[in-house]
Design a binder for this molecule. Sequence first.
Ligand code: APR
Length: 339
Amino acid sequence: MKAAVLHDGGKLTIEDIPVPKIGPGQALVKVAACGVCHTDLHYIEHGVPTFKKPPIVLGHEASGVVERIGEGVTNLTPGQRVLIPAVLTCGKCSACRLGRENICSDMTMLGNHFDGAYAEYVAVPAKDVLDLPELIPLEEASIIADALSTPYHAVKNRARVRAGDTVVVFGCGGVGINAVQLATASGASVIAVDISEKKLEWAREFGAVHTINASKIERVDKEVKKLTGGGADIAMEVIGNPKTIETAFDCVRVGGRLCVVGYTHEKISIVAGKIMFKEVEIIGSLGCRPVDYIPLIRMVEQGKIDIKRLVTHRFDLDGLMDAFDVMKEGMSLRSIVIP
Ligand code: APR
């Protein structure tokens, strides 16, 4: 089968490799599509190591059709349309037992700990795979596995967005645009912040009532305070930049919340007294829990979340590097690869 294989030194090549063998409890899924995520670019261009030493097939945002099931699998049948969660949890550690599987201490990820889905076939533990209702288009469904599930957890469980809230979202890329869409679907009034006019145009299409181009305005926090009459109930940072995390904090009203979804290994600087006096909650959000997938899939099925419009570009496996170029140029919301 054809697959995109990462080698030492970040070299990605499209190769012919054997179809994965499945063992007991596993399923072989014929990949319908795999979303192209920024995380993959970290492995290829920024020297971030994968847990499994290369060579490794990348790709962690996949949908497909069950081809074969291994011994003992009772929850899937060949021919079934499925979604493969990007991250698989152990179910045994204390976080899992507390119902917080997304921070599992022994989590594994497709295309990171084991071979992923930029390939014609992928082998996965059957217990983690989710059924996809007929109404949901199979290829576009791939992006539910990460680009939608991550902001779903952030908006619903961590930022706890409710109807009537004002929410400012920093960063309207693949993940942030869905924070805009999901917060809007929850009944919030959303202010979207980005430095790209194209992204802000998309943010308006996906429900933002106000947009702020941070490259054209010096004090985004002042503008947010003006628009909200004193500060947003909730700020979400979906970039991973210490400066925007700090600005997002400054946008929050007294008693509000800052939810950090973007990843950075750098430090942030916030006056501690402001956290105390303003009783601001600072909350992290990582991925999503297995239990979140069913309500999220239902929202997509009911048309509350539009996945068709989110997929702006399609490539075959040979076009994967072009997909990364489009992403770097900021021209895509989400690209999918159809092996
Ligand atoms: N101010 C506002 N917006 C910015 C700024 C800035 N200073 N810098 C970048 N942006 C915007 C970009 O224009 C882009 O639209 O942030 C967005 C980032 O989007 P993507 O690059 O598509 O990244 P995405 O896949 O959405 O991930 C964002 O979320 O889950 C985490 O690890 C992930 O840290 C990453 C973050």
